[in-house]
Design a protein around this ligand. Structure first.
Ligand SMILES: Cc1cc2nc3c(=O)[nH]c(=O)nc-3n(C[C@H](O)[C@H](O)[C@H](O)COP(=O)(O)O)c2cc1C
Length: 214
């Protein structure tokens, strides 16, 4: 989305928790809605991506690597990539125009770092900046079971204004035979709902029990 002719992207931070399909679905959902995206992929996320997709993510080849990961042509897409180690990058500053941020998936380490203002990399710094600027921030933690400190960090994030949206999909949209992709899309759709971005990623509750079996 552009206001006053200025590009205002959503920052998507991908940290090193399991669940790279959630990130892919959120990025694709934003691009499908015509929203610009600024992407930050943490060092650890490159390991989870390799593990879960067999694909590398390299700063020098990010366009090809992202297109392969998303399984789509990025020809017309308004997407920009910032290396996670670049602490001078645009999203490190509150004066850089963005709409807000999704951290998806969010590792316990990323949740802790954002909650205490560690800013150990660009992902954590950008999330902290968006919180201090009172912009929408959605955090999608993926870990189970959790410790008290995990929970305390999530409470801190909630109190700082973030929407804490655990990667715990509901089955009511697609029914008990839901595919893995439908469960992923449920979470991605909830992230887009929290950001106020329209989507058709899941079937909304109709008020009728059993509608998913129709
Ligand atoms: C294959 C793999 C899967 C992982 N899954 C998770 C996970 O589901 N949740 C989590 O909090 N950390 C997970 N980790 C550990 C994080 O990657 C690790 O804590 C890392 O320091 C997170 O760094 P980041 O927040 O900068 O991305 C996983 C690591 C690997 C290699």
């Amino acid at each position: 989305m552009r206001r006053d002719g200025v590009r205002e992207p959503w920052v998507v931070g991908v940290s090193g928790a399991s669940g790279t399909p959630y990130a892919a679905a959120v990025i694709s959902g934003l691009l499908d809605a015509g929203e610009p995206v600024d992407l930050i992929v943490s060092r650890a996320a490159r390991l989870t991506l390799l593990d879960e997709t067999g694909r590398p993510f390299r700063d020098a080849h990010w366009v090809d690597d992202l297109a392969g990961w998303l399984g789509r042509d990025l020809g017309d897409a308004d997407v920009r990539h910032w290396p996670a180690g670049d602490l001078a990058a645009g999203p490190s500053s509150g004066s850089y125009r963005v709409r807000g941020m999704a951290v998806v998936p969010a590792s316990t380490a990323a949740c802790a770092g954002i909650a205490i203002g560690l800013s150990k990399d660009l992902l954590q710094r950008s999330a902290e900046v968006n919180l201090k600027e009172r912009r929408p921030v959605v955090v999608v933690p993926r870990e189970t079971p959790v410790t008290r400190s995990h929970l305390e960090h999530l409470i801190s994030l909630h109190d700082a204004g973030a929407v804490v949206l655990p990667a715990s999909p509901g089955f009511y949209g697609a029914g008990a035979s839901a595919s893995a992709q439908q469960l992923v899309d449920f979470i991605a759709g909830k992230v887009l709902d929290a950001l106020g971005v329209p989507h058709t990623l899941f079937r909304r509750w109709s008020g009728e029990l059993g509608a998913a079996r129709d």
